[in-house]
Design a protein around this ligand. Structure first.
Ligand SMILES: *[C@@H]1O[C@H](CO)[C@@H](O)[C@H](O)[C@H]1NC(C)=O
Ligand SMILES: *[C@@H]1O[C@H](CO)[C@@H](O)[C@H](O)[C@H]1NC(C)=O
Ligand SMILES: *[C@@H]1O[C@H](CO)[C@@H](O)[C@H](O)[C@H]1NC(C)=O
Ligand SMILES: *[C@@H]1O[C@H](CO)[C@@H](O)[C@H](O)[C@H]1NC(C)=O
Ligand SMILES: *[C@@H]1O[C@H](CO)[C@@H](O)[C@H](O)[C@H]1NC(C)=O
Ligand SMILES: *[C@@H]1O[C@H](CO)[C@@H](O)[C@H](O)[C@H]1NC(C)=O
Ligand SMILES: *[C@@H]1O[C@H](CO)[C@@H](O)[C@H](O)[C@H]1NC(C)=O
Ligand SMILES: *[C@@H]1O[C@H](CO)[C@@H](O)[C@H](O)[C@H]1NC(C)=O
Ligand SMILES: *[C@@H]1O[C@H](CO)[C@@H](O)[C@H](O)[C@H]1NC(C)=O
Length: 657
């Protein structure tokens, strides 16, 4: 290809690319309001998982179509959305059971905790009592659930639980189970109508909830559609995504940077072409035209890209794609050492003999290269003995973005606790507490550098041959938009480790890392995985299980028996203290959790307590002053809502769900 053709080609190519980038209405189109057939049109903050993209609304507002009805799932129960009042941020729902059955028998109470919803009006509690051995005498106050009653067992519903209880104290206690659902009092139009209705009709009235979310009306009146992308509110307009409304031209987002960048490149190339042709015409007689031409273009474009980005690469070693391809034997699957967040990790050996871990990102999103390089630069500056060192990456011009990390040979903490390398007794307590201290130390360094890890979990805690910790995979999630998720690695964290507060604020903070670290502490104590669906329903999440056991003073049921909790007084004392710390980290209220530095200091204190008193061990053991877990007032637990509710009512078997 001769230089003239090269010039023309690059000008045409860059023009096409810049045109393609300048208009992007795909988000706008994808978030068109949709319906399931029945019910309202669905749009922000709700989104239909099978017809719209996840960025069209907030994660907790995900709806599915079931039998043509838009259905919201709250704590495993389906609620059918009858109407949405976008103007006052509220919606009318029905319990899904109402439509499945002539005689619906909801089995779980309705719970609002960990949702962004709240009751919007004066709702009343509609209590359903199943299989009671006594029969209510005053039928005025109750609705019989005839299909679930016979001569020996009675089921009924009431909004006057207190009155019934007052009239006959043993009646409600005689029931096998009960469920509480909300009802909207004024929806019914007064008590008289209620008396004329039967149980099914009352349930079908449903209830109104309101929601907390960014107000969309400004975006909508400017012709846009709202969305929530990359953890931020976005206004998708027919030209491109905007920050707040379609009229704000101010947002100088990446697409416009690309356009401006490309325009300046076109300009530069054009000027260079002109200069080059003039210059070549002058020197035609002195040099062989073709050989010089290619060399000149090459060296010019090369030096341009170098000076353009020279400083951005500061501190980051740039590997060539080829070098890494050779180091990993062309990404040989036998060299695969993990399937970590955002990419597959390969073992490799680079030219200078160092062993490295090469992370090949699942989705190379070229739109974000700019941001990517800045981020990599920040990550590569982090130096801490408990963080995996980022050696470098491939250049922005390479066909794939690869990250090159220090290779840590001894697997992950998860492997050693409950994975392939787990053996009873192989990881003694003093090693575990050391792992906890070192992990906390790495994380508090990250926080001090204003970086949130966002995916703290035992598979991201690597161990070297001396069981020293190297925390991996920090900082990457910020680079990826929420829709580029890979099955195992949603950017908002991993199930079992995610801050419960995330469901309300859609924001991960340093305290979210503290929460996840709390789960890691519990794993260290128990050697159990963070999520295990074969466990009892309330104990699928290790955090719930730990909180239950700690509150019931049954910590011994949680602790890995091989740690010597029963036999070694020192170990027991330390495990108790660590459990208490984990409990604080797992508070659902963000403010109640300690900071990472506090956690680190507390762990160090727990650890050194042991060593300073090591010599006094015999005395301590003979004294046998077994210290139980502090039974003083514990801070409210993540289940405090449930606890309060149960203690408020006087019927112990009040709740099945
Ligand atoms: C849904 O939107 C369409 C078109 O905008 C409108 O014709 C229809 O009435 C809407 N349906 C409901 C239930 O609001
Ligand atoms: C949303 O904003 C509009 C205009 O600012 C206002 O009229 C409306 O009441 C707001 N809606 C809610 C639910 O706050
Ligand atoms: C729900 O609203 C009530 C006031 O109506 C308020 O006291 C309560 O804190 C709200 N709950 C949540 C979870 O926002
Ligand atoms: C929901 O409604 C309740 C009661 O009217 C009100 O106190 C609360 O502030 C509302 N919440 C939102 C987010 O509108
Ligand atoms: C919103 O408006 C609808 C009808 O206009 C009403 O039924 C509903 O109760 C309102 N919601 C709130 C929270 O006021
Ligand atoms: C009531 O008892 C019967 C049999 O004892 C059982 O099959 C049924 O599931 C119970 N109903 C509820 C709602 O618990
Ligand atoms: C409560 O009701 C049951 C049957 O409905 C009856 O046998 C019992 O005597 C009542 N108890 C009181 C205190 O009224
Ligand atoms: C009806 O009563 C019998 C006992 O007489 C019981 O076994 C059965 O489960 C009851 N059925 C329901 C629906 O409660
Ligand atoms: C409740 O009343 C409706 C009509 O008003 C009737 O179709 C339905 O069968 C009744 N349900 C029960 C359980 O009696």
């Amino acid at each position: 290809m001769n230089p003239f053709h090269l010039c023309v080609f690059s000008i045409i190519f860059t023009t096409i690319v810049s045109l393609a980038f300048s208009v992007d209405s795909s988000y706008y189109e994808a978030c068109k309001p949709q319906t399931c057939g029945n019910g309202p049109n669905i749009s922000y903050p709700f989104w239909l998982s099978d017809q719209q993209e996840s960025y069209c609304g907030y994660p907790s507002f995900k709806l599915a179509c079931k039998d043509k009805n838009p259905t919201l799932t709250i704590s495993d129960d389906d609620y059918i959305i009858k109407e949405i009042f976008y103007s006052n941020h509220s919606f009318l729902v029905d319990n899904g059971a109402v439509y499945e059955d002539e005689c619906p028998l909801p089995l779980h109470s309705f719970r609002l905790d960990r949702t962004p919803f709240n009751y919007s009006s004066n709702h009343v509690d509609f209590s359903l009592f199943y299989n009671c051995s006594q029969e209510p005498v005053n039928n005025m106050l109750t609705y019989s659930i005839t299909c679930e009653s016979n001569s020996t067992l009675h089921s009924f519903a009431t909004i006057h639980k207190e009155v019934l209880q007052y009239m006959n104290r043993t009646l409600l206690d005689s029931c096998e189970s009960s469920v509480v659902l909300p009802l909207d009092y004024h929806e019914a139009g007064g008590v008289n109508t209620w008396l004329e209705m039967n149980y099914t009709e009352i349930l079908k009235m449903g209830f109104v909830l309101n929601w907390t979310a960014q107000n969309c009306s400004n975006c909508e009146t400017s012709g846009g559609r709202c969305g929530f992308d990359n953890n931020e509110f976005v206004c998708f307009c027919s030209d491109r995504p905007h920050e707040k409304t379609c009229d704000d031209g101010s947002k100088f987002d990446w697409k416009w940077k690309v356009v401006v960048g490309i325009c300046s490149v076109i300009g530069t190339i054009a000027v260079m072409c002109v200069i080059f042709f003039i210059w070549r015409r002058r020197n035609r007689n002195r040099y062989g035209p073709s050989s010089y031409a290619s060399r000149s273009i090459y060296s010019k474009s090369y030096s341009r890209s170098d000076t353009e980005k020279g400083s951005a690469y500061l501190g980051v070693h740039v590997f060539t794609y080829k070098e890494l391809e050779q180091a990993t034997n062309y990404f040989d699957s036998s060299k695969e050492i993990g399937d970590g967040g955002f990419g597959t990790v390969y073992y490799g050996k680079v030219r200078d003999g160092r062993s490295v871990a090469v992370k090949r990102l699942y989705e190379t999103n070229y739109k974000r290269v700019e941001q990517f390089m800045n981020e990599i630069e920040i990550l590569a500056r982090l130096r801490h003995q408990n963080l995996v060192l980022l050696y470098g990456c491939t250049s922005r011009h390479s066909r794939e973005l690869l990250l090159v990390y220090e290779y840590v040979p001894n697997g992950t903490l998860a492997d050693h606790l409950h994975g392939g390398k787990a053996k009873p007794g192989a990881l003694p307590w003093h090693t575990r507490i050391n792992i906890a201290v070192e992990t906390a130390s790495g994380l508090s360094y990250l926080h001090a550098s204003e970086i949130i890890h966002r995916d703290v979990k035992t598979t991201n805690i690597l161990l070297d041959n001396n069981f020293c910790v190297k925390v991996a995979d920090f900082g990457l999630s910020r680079l990826f938009p929420t829709d580029v998720t890979h099955i195992s690695t949603a950017p908002q964290g991993t199930p079992g480790y995610v801050d419960p507060d995330y469901n309300q604020c859609y924001q991960l903070t340093a305290k979210s890392d503290v929460y996840s670290f709390g789960v890691v502490l519990v794993e260290l104590i128990s050697s159990l995985p963070a999520v295990d669906i074969t466990r009892h329903r309330h104990e699928i999440n290790l955090s719930n299980m730990a909180i239950n056991k700690i509150q019931k003073h049954a910590l011994h049921e949680l602790v890995d028996p091989s740690l010597g909790y029963e036999s070694d007084f020192k170990v027991r004392k330390m495990i108790n203290a660590v459990a208490e710390l984990a409990f604080q980290c797992l508070q659902s209220e963000t403010e109640m959790r300690p900071s990472m530095v506090d956690v680190e200091n507390e762990l160090k204190r727990i650890q050194s307590d042991d060593f300073s008193k090591e010599k006094a061990e015999e005395i301590d053991i003979s004294a046998d002053d077994v210290v139980p877990l502090k039974s003083g007032p514990l801070p409210p637990s993540p289940d405090s809502v449930t606890i309060n509710w149960v203690s408020k009512s006087s019927t112990p078997n009040d709740s099945t769900g």
